[in-house]
Ligand binder design. Structure first.
Ligand code: BDP
Length: 595
């Protein structure tokens, strides 16, 4: 799915700014037709942002149900005759959209874009009303899952099986953009090497049957280095400059569509990084060279704006990651804004790209933190066929959106699902197959929680890389780092013996209250976090199959309230305000060694 862009044949207009918002806990707006007129009793709301923390009002923060967003915008008269598209980069977790009085699109899933051709519904040269009803309910059918408790007094309370706060709203920019009526729909690029020659295979999908597609590839200085014609083809680049970790070198593929007389119909520019990725034996190879992941699990999370995209925060977070010496991160636990992946492409930062399938394990609460009996997560009454369909669609939309990003080296299709019950295999087999069918150039994985030994996991063989979240010394033995070291090493060696796959530790860490210090190892202190990370690092350095370490977490983040959390999850190496805890300095020493 192509991003909107300005160019010789296209123009875009951002609808970021203040919209109007009205919460609708009773769900009246859909029957009363709130899209038909200016929203009554509405307040100003910034887009992009979560609405939850903007106002000092618990009913806004904990709202469950529909939230109506509305704006009106002038559409330039010069757009008459163009095809006009309305695109939402994200609406969490689902939305229906109207342009003036007409419903134009609905979309399920909170973190991937959707759009509609609104040419027939907008008036160029006039002011037009755009209304979106954004719904934040999590159910057994949604990704991620949840359930709603209905209270006797009419209150509805959202429960879910992940810790991060259920922020909602229009989290990313909204666009109006034009394309010519005959236009390029999609571009798919894959890359490999033939010696020192880069081989770029492309496919250009367009709406024009008889038209001619011309493609050229330009290096970073703009010099044309290869050309081709046709909807599919191969571009060869002698002495190619590969995209590599730490070296985000990008070419630009220019695709043009022309009619039989040679007249330009459409023009789209797609960045291309030439690189290969492969999981081979117990190594993870980028451009044929073993790669070791150093970095973090992250969240799109900050004070006030919640999960709303913010360029200032994005650049700051990347700068802090670079300061620590990180070379990678995981988009835990949902696809991030496309701006983030573009930035990673340009700066050579490696990304594990994850769907929003988190919390698909009813035994984590019942089996670890309480002594409940083992239950099946995957059942007709809980996560069943409907959830599986949503999950398949989430994988399709993730790959469709992110397939051309060189920074993305691995698809993670779920975080910590139930992987032991036999039903897990039935659930995941078609999902893994679909991810492979959609993209044969990247390895696939799921993230494993400590619920069963390598022999008990029912799904590892469906995937290429073992991703492990481990909390020895925290949830398991929180005051005994010596035992943590022994148990972690024993378990990692077991994984390495049983499965000939590379292992990346995608989560390890400890909640840490900034400023709490101690001379002896004591949970929650800055010293304990540093020591725990040191213990893990010693083990990683002893087990060859470990090809990566991503600390949980980059920064403290907001969670649902609960006895396990003190004003949020405090496993950040940085505070929520991005101030370093002691562990940030020790990571910097380890990860920048040799710089
Ligand atoms: C893991 C989850 C992550 C949590 C973390 C924690 O993957 O989302 O935030 O535990 O408890 O199980 O800190």
């Amino acid at each position: 799915m192509l991003r909107p862009q300005d160019g010789p044949t296209r123009e875009r207009r951002s609808l970021s700014g203040l919209w109007r918002l009205r919460l609708d806990p009773e769900g009246a707006g859909r029957t009363e037709g709130w899209w038909r007129s200016p929203l009554a009793a509405a307040v100003d709301i910034p887009v992009p942002a979560s609405y939850n923390d903007i106002f000092p009002d618990v009913t806004v923060r904990d709202h469950v149900g529909d939230a109506w967003y509305q704006t009106s915008t002038w559409v330039p008269a010069r757009w008459a005759g163009e095809r006009i598209v309305l695109r939402f980069d994200a609406a969490t977790h689902r939305a229906t959209v109207w342009v003036n009085d007409t419903e134009v699109v609905s979309h399920e899933g909170g973190y991937t874009p959707f759009e509609a051709d609104v040419t027939a519904h907008l008036l160029p040269g006039a002011e037009n009303r755009i209304t979106a009803v954004v719904n934040n309910e999590l159910t057994w059918e949604s990704i991620p899952p949840g359930r709603i408790e209905e209270h006797a007094d009419g209150r509805r309370k959202q429960r879910y099986f992940h810790d991060f706060f259920n922020y909602a709203g229009l989290h990313r920019p909204v666009w109006l953009y034009t394309t010519p009526s005959t236009h390029i729909n999609d571009i798919t690029v894959t890359t490999t090497f033939d010696g020192t020659t880069g081989v770029v295979t492309y496919q250009v999908d367009s709406t024009g049957k008889t038209d001619t597609v011309l493609v050229s590839l330009h290096d970073a200085s703009g010099t044309e280095v290869a050309t081709a014609t046709g909807t599919t083809g191969v571009l060869r680049v002698p002495d190619v400059h590969p995209w590599a970790p730490g070296d985000g070198y990008l070419y630009e593929l220019r695709a043009t569509l022309r009619d039989s007389t040679g007249r330009l119909l459409d023009d789209y520019r797609q960045t291309v990084g030439v690189r290969t990725v492969e999981a081979r034996g117990q190594q993870f190879l980028i451009n044929g060279t073993p790669f070791y992941f150093k970095g973090f699990g992250k969240h799109e999370d900050a004070a006030v704006r919640g999960r709303g995209h913010d360029d200032a925060l994005m650049v700051h977070d990347f700068a802090l990651m670079e300061w620590t010496g990180a070379n990678s991160f995981r988009t835990s636990h949902y696809p991030y804004a496309e701006e983030v992946l573009d930035y990673a492409d340009r700066h050579g930062v490696v990304v594990i790209d994850e769907t929003a399938a988190v919390g698909q394990n009813l035994n984590i609460a019942g089996g670890v933190f309480a002594s409940g009996k083992q239950m099946s997560t995957f059942s007709p009454d809980t996560i069943g066929q409907a959830a599986q369909r949503t999950h398949l669609q989430a994988i399709r939309e993730l790959v469709a959106r992110d397939k051309n990003h060189p920074s993305v080296v691995l698809w993670s299709i779920a975080n910590e699902p139930d992987n032991v019950q036999p039903e897990a295999r039935d659930y995941f087999t078609p999902l893994a197959a679909e991810a492979r069918r959609l993209d044969s150039t990247r390895p696939i994985a799921y993230v494993n929680a400590l619920m069963g030994s390598p022999d008990q996991c029912a799904v590892t063989d469906l995937f290429d890389v073992v991703l492990l979240n481990r909390y020895y010394g925290w949830y398991f033995g929180p005051d005994d780092l010596a035992t943590a070291e022994t148990e972690l090493e024993a378990e990692l060696r077991q994984w390495a013996e049983r499965h000939d796959k590379p292992i990346v530790i995608t989560e390890y860490g400890a909640d840490t209250y900034p400023g709490l210090r101690s001379t002896v190892p004591s949970p929650w202190t800055e010293e304990y976090q540093t020591e725990l990370l040191d213990v893990y690092h010693r083990v990683f350095d002893r087990v060859d199959a470990v090809v990566g370490e991503q600390v949980w977490h980059f920064a403290d983040f907001a969670t649902a309230p609960g006895v396990f959390r003190v004003d949020g999850n405090k496993k950040g190496v940085f505070t929520r305000e991005r101030r370093p805890k002691s562990a940030a300095f020790s990571l910097r020493t380890r990860w920048r060694k040799g710089d």
